[in-house]
Unconditional design. Sequence first.
Length: 212
Amino acid sequence: MKTYTVYLFRHGLTKGNINAQYIGHTDYPLTMDSIEALKKIKAKHHYPQVEAVFSSPLKRCLDSANIMFPKNNPIVINELIEYDFGEFEECTAKDLENNEDFREWLRGDINAAPPHGESNAQFIHRVCDAFEKIVEGMMSTGTESCAIVGHAGVLMTLLSCYGLPEAPMAHWQMDAGYGYKLRITPSLWSQANKLEVVDLAPQSLEEIKSEN
């Protein structure tokens, strides 16, 4: 049976990531050090050849996609943008430690939301709907492989919602420039809305040589 391959890669770092801030819709660029780090990863690893590359609209994802996949023009999916942190945007946990709204949000209730931000439920619905449209588009057009360059929160949510083995979000943490290879089997997808997480990505050149 025909299967489809999707790669998920986390973007490079911004100053907000380095400062441990909540950075959602603020359009920070990659740091120069992060650009060099992505280039070093690319020199030692194999970002796969794919038929399509999808990206969040923010610069940190688009610029990362252009480094990882210079032969592909990234297709922007606005719904893959990071969480809307509302009043928590650009703050650190230390900044918010005495904020009752923040403490309530950290409890993780599905309907909890930062003031003037989106709720956990809204975020999950948004990113899952976007991902399902990507998968459905691949199947309807016969596109066998794609990559999504996105935000850690978005990618971890997708893995926790659809991935096999099943695991909570925290299990799916990934470093900048790295991610996972997924295999989608139409029968499993149509019956259970699940996919297989088959490997880490990108592969190192040494791993590829050993396989050959």
